[in-house]
Design a protein around this ligand. Structure first.
Ligand code: SF4
Length: 200
């Protein structure tokens, strides 16, 4: 060992270590680009930023209690889900009413059993997730920061069912529109207008 680590070789080892660290940091930033700062996200009238619930001040930060991860967030930190942040000692959600994906699906696509068989479900999602499932089929929206999501989503607005020809085949005509925000009462109204019997 003394052969390798001595006064002459030490600077070389330190330089090599620093270079390796720089490469790792660059790779990390390339794969996980840092989100823009919260200050840029919160032009005060940003409709997606609201006070969050289920959090308590603890020491010099805030303890989120919304999911079992119970993230402790120092000032300015985001939770594992990427959508909850400690801003000024208070939890803010960054995705209030922010749809990333809205669909009208057969209930059979959902992980439920014998619930309203044959019906439609109005299903929607916002960006972010607290899990890291390897086979996630929705990774493009579940693993992004809210500010990386598209500004609008296509929202099913109404559904007209028609009967065709002598065979009596029933088909649906779906009307959609772009939406940047979606309030809870709008979700219910759209679900009713599209004949969905449940919301997920
Ligand atoms: S992952 Fe998000 S919701 Fe869950 S505890 Fe952390 S900050 Fe809260």
């Amino acid at each position: 060992m003394r052969k390798f680590f001595n006064k002459e070789t030490l600077p070389g080892f330190i330089a090599a270590g620093m270079a390796a660290l720089s490469v790792c940091a660059a790779a990390l930033i390339a794969f996980y680009p840092p989100p823009v700062t919260f200050a840029r996200l919160i032009p005060v009238n940003n409709p997606w930023v609201r006070d969050g619930m289920f959090a308590d001040p603890v020491g010099s930060g805030v303890q989120c209690g919304l999911c079992p991860f119970k993230c402790f967030l120092p000032e300015g930190a985001r939770g594992r889900c990427k959508v909850r942040i400690n801003y000024g000692g208070r939890i803010k959600t960054l995705v209030y009413g922010k749809p990333a994906s809205v669909h009208l699906d057969p209930i059979e696509k959902k992980p439920v059993y014998h619930m309203l068989p044959g019906s439609l479900v109005y299903s929607l999602a916002s960006p972010g997730c607290n899990l890291r499932c390897k086979g996630c089929q929705n990774w493009e929206i579940s693993q992004i920061y809210p500010e990386q999501a598209a500004k609008t989503a296509l929202v099913p607005e109404s559904l007209t069912l028609k009967v065709e020809g002598p065979t009596g085949r029933i088909y649906g005509e779906l009307k959609q529109k772009e939406a940047a925000t979606l309030e809870p009462r709008e979700i219910v109204a759209y679900a009713l207008a599209t004949r969905a019997r449940s919301i997920a």
